[in-house]
Structures are given as structure tokens and as C-alpha cells.
Design a protein around this ligand. Structure first.
Ligand SMILES: *Cc1c(COP(=O)(O)O)cnc(C)c1O
Length: 456
């Protein structure tokens, strides 16, 4: 057996727990976020040996470094194989500069990577103990469909998604309401904030404790570990020898994607630098510059809408990895080593004008269609070359992460390029499927009665 990995809380006031406990709890009892300790190692030689493996096998190899003590290898192997049944294309743009497309999953966004593995790991532990969970999620569109699709047909888990009736697009709604089975969808006659408030209240309601309510939100450690896997995959596929170091540009909102990369780097992945690309919500680039972290309220609305975050929920983890303590409000209790943070991560803010310009430039120059989030990543990478000229050299491997499929942003793409992006297979045929969902008034007691009637 390998060394036992436990999970500590970033607030450092709770007992360490196993992966299973961290996964099923979500949040630590002191309201901190779980982090692995120690972070297991992986050598460059080992990684280069993965060059010919398919994605799910590399995911398995990384996963077992964390989970060997809690899940037998053969079980983990079938879990990763089942979760990752789609392509992970890495496309050359020019020289050794690439775009990695994390948009081939069932909802065409990189959130599929985390949600699908997390769902299967939850199912695994629940089935073993003959327990069940009811996952409650409020969504403004994308997270709900990723969770609903990832948990579809899993055993011992039911899902209830609440969305604001008038605030999601037809396609977003259909991605959730055409699934059925263990996935129940509710349209609330209210706003996203109302959905969130109702879900929060349900979690705190003693009378609903019998339902074993759980959340699948982005701070769960079960969503983080899967996000370290595509970084190792990319290294294994692109790097030829142990001298190669890689640069990743990560379009960032809640910094879960970036945290996955930082964990991979801590494991030993030879990363030269992360380019942390944000939209106009620039609290982190400003923090790097001034040493002062100031959250942005309310967050700025940009076309890269999944990154409109004024206080990234994973910042506490980033700070923790650099030996500091930040609480959930963004207050720093122990200073992290900011010099090392600045060295490992180049942080840059890209406004909407640049984002649109980048979509146009990349299309005209390379014939590649990217969407607003990926464009923030690409523009950030280009900006980083101004500060680090040697990174632009033909030998330096740089990978920009494209987090969604352009067809998810048809209006923006039409406006900028005057073309209609082709739907990926996964998003086709929604029009012909039967939609089913319930509509509820915007008040807590209707929701509570609904749950009690439906789940007992
Ligand atoms: C969620 C999301 C992001 C931001 O990822 P974080 O892990 O929150 O930084 C970027 N792009 C898309 C398309 C997303 O859905």
C-alpha cells in the first residue's frame, strides 16, 4: 500500500479526513476547503511513459496516486473508463503552441471532466455502504446541465436542479429537462439568487435531513482531482524528453481549473509557468501587482460569462498551496509566499474588446474557431510573451485551454465572425426530445413541500 493521503481544511481548524469523507461532505466543518496532504509524486519519466495511453488510462494512473488506499485499482480503472468515453483533442496552432479542447463531453464544456468522475466516485462509495444522496443544485444554466448529465442514470443518487425560469436559454434548459429518470428539474418563478437562497435554506433545514441532501458544487475536492488529469495527459502527449517544460494558459473564473493544474505541478509535472487569464474581473491580477486582495462586488458582466467571478471560490486553496490562510470572505489570515505565486503564475486581465478581437484574429490567422473563454486564455498567453520573450520561442511548448465549444455561444460568434458554429454531436437532437419539468412559485415552503411529496 502506498502512503495514506488525507485531506486537511484550508482554514486549518478541522480534523483531516479521508477522500471518501471529503467527497461526500463537500465542505470541511470549519467552512474551509479540503486539500490533499501529502500531494503524491509523479516523475517526468513516468509521465513520458504514458505517451501512448488513451485519456482514461492516464486519468486512472493519476487517480490511483490519490486513491489507491481507498479504491481497488480495478474498480478505479472501470470508473475512469466509464467517465471518459470522449475525445480530448490537442490542436496545433503554430510551432509548439497548442489549444487543448476540453469540449467533447456531453455538455460541451470542461465541467464535464470534473462532474462525470465526481459522480461516479460518489456512486461507488454510496453503493458500497448502501446509502443514497439527493443532490440539490441551483444553476444559472451551465453547471446544472453538466451535473444533470454527469449524474444521469447513476445509482443511489438523485438530482434536483433549480433554475430561474426566464434566465436560461432554450438550449440550456433542454439539456436538463430531456434527461428524466433520476434527474428532476424545477423552474422557479424567480431569479438565480432566489434559487440559490432556497437551496441554501434546504441544506440547513433539519426537517429535510432525512433526505441526505448534498451539493455537487465547484468547491468539492471530487471536482478538483479530475482537473489535474488533463494537464498530465497534455504533458504525456506533447513532451518528448525530460528537458521539456510546459506553459499552460488557463481561462479562470473560480480557479478550479487552475487549481487542478497547480496540483499536477506539485505532483511533479514539469510546468514552466501558468498564465492565469481572467476577464475584466481582475481581482487576482491586481493582487499579484499590488499584494492586496480585494474582491469585486458585484462582479463585472463579460461575454466569457462563466468567468464573471469577483471572488474565486478556490482562491483559499491557491493561497493554502503557498503556505497562507484565506477564509471564505477573502480575508487573509496568514500571508502566502506571494513571490513564489508570482513566479509560478503570470496573471493577466483581458477585457471584452480584446476577447472579441482575439476570436477574430485567431480565426483569420489560423482558421481556428474559439469561443470567448478560450479567447481570454489565448490573449493572456500572447500578453505573457511580452514579459517573457523566451516563452515565445519555437521550441517552448505552450498550451491554451479551450473550456467550451463555440456552438454554446452562437450569438457572440455570429456577431464577431458572421458565421453559425456547427453543433457538436453531443448537443444535436435536443429539439426532438421530450421536455419534462415542474414550475414552482418563488417561495421556500412550496419547494419544501415538493421535496417531501416526491422523496420519502
Ligand atoms: C466554469 C468555466 C470556466 C471557469 O473555470 P473555473 O474553474 O471556475 O476557473 C471557464 N470556461 C467555461 C466555459 C466554464 O464553464
Amino acid at each position: 500500500m502506498s502512503e495514506k493521503i488525507l485531506y486537511y481544511s484550508t482554514n486549518r481548524k478541522a480534523e483531516k479526513v479521508t477522500f471518501k469523507e471529503a467527497l461526500l461532505k463537500g465542505l470541511a466543518p470549519d467552512n474551509g476547503l479540503f486539500m490533499p496532504d501529502p500531494i503524491p509524486g509523479i516523475s517526468a519519466e513516468e509521465l513520458l511513459g504514458y505517451a501512448d495511453k488513451p485519456y482514461y488510462e492516464i486519468a486512472y494512473e493519476v487517480g490511483r496516486k490519490f486513491l489507491a488506499n481507498e479504491i481497488p485499482d480495478k474498480d478505479l480503472y472501470s470508473i475512469t473508463k466509464d467517465a471518459y468515453n470522449f475525445d480530448v483533442p490537442i490542436e496545433q496552432v503554430y510551432e509548439r503552441k497548442y489549444i487543448m479542447h476540453l469540449d467533447q463531453g456531453p455538455t460541451a464544456s470542461f465541467k464535464d471532466f470534473a462532474a462525470r468522475l465526481m459522480g461516479r466516485l460518489m456512486q461507488y462509495f454510496l453503493k458500497k455502504e448502501n446509502r443514497s444522496l439527493l443532490i440539490l443544485t441551483a444553476t444559472s444554466g451551465d453547471t446544472g446541465s453538466a451535473i444533470a448529465n454527469a449524474f444521469y442514470e447513476l445509482e443511489n443518487i438523485k438530482v434536483v436542479v433549480l433554475f430561474p425560469e426566464k434566465e436560461v436559454t432554450d438550449r440550456q434548459r433542454k439539456q436538463m429537462t430531456t434527461l428524466h429518470k433520476n434527474i428532476q428539474i424545477i423552474a422557479l418563478n424567480g431569479k438565480f439568487d432566489d434559487c440559490q437562497a432556497i437551496v441554501k435554506r434546504a441544506f440547513a433545514d433539519e426537517e429535510l435531513a432525512y433526505l441526505n441532501l448534498s451539493s455537487a458544487n465547484s468547491i468539492n475536492i471530487g471536482r478538483l482531482l479530475p482537473q489535474s488529469m488533463y494537464y498530465t495527459y497534455t504533458y504525456a502527449k506533447l513532451c518528448k524528453d525530460c528537458n521539456d517544460k510546459i506553459i499552460f494558459s488557463v481561462p479562470s473564473g473560480n480557479f478550479g481549473n487552475l487549481m487542478g493544474g497547480l496540483i499536477a505541478m506539485k505532483m511533479g509535472l514539469p510546468v514552466k509557468r501558468f498564465v492565469v487569464s481572467t476577464n475584466e474581473n481582475d481581482e487576482v491580477p491586481v493582487y499579484w501587482k499590488t499584494g492586496k486582495y480585494k474582491i469585486i462586488v458585484p462582479s463585472v458582466n463579460c461575454i466569457s460569462s462563466a468567468m464573471n467571478v469577483g471572488h474565486p471560490s478556490n482562491m483559499a486553496r491557491v493561497v493554502s498551496l503557498y503556505d497562507g490562510v484565506m477564509d471564505d470572505k477573502g480575508i487573509i489570515h496568514n500571508q502566502p509566499n506571494i513571490e513564489r505565486m508570482r513566479k509560478d503564475m503570470f496573471a493577466v486581465s483581458i477585457d471584452d474588446i480584446r476577447t472579441k478581437q482575439t476570436i477574430q484574429d485567431v480565426y483569420e490567422k489560423y482558421g481556428l474557431l474559439i469561443e470567448p473563454h478560450g479567447a481570454v486564455g489565448w490573449a493572456g498567453l500572447m500578453d505573457s510573451f511580452k514579459d517573457n520573450i523566451e516563452d515565445a520561442s519555437p521550441e517552448q511548448i505552450c498550451v491554451c485551454i479551450e473550456t467550451a465549444h463555440p456552438a454554446k455561444f452562437p450569438e457572440e460568434i455570429k456577431e464577431i465572425l458572421n458565421i453559425d458554429p456547427q453543433l457538436p454531436e453531443s448537443l444535436k437532437g435536443l429539439e426532438d426530445k421530450e421536455e419534462r419539468y415542474d414550475v414552482l412559485e418563488n417561495d421556500y415552503s412550496s419547494f419544501k413541500n415538493y421535496l417531501k411529496d416526491k422523496y420519502f
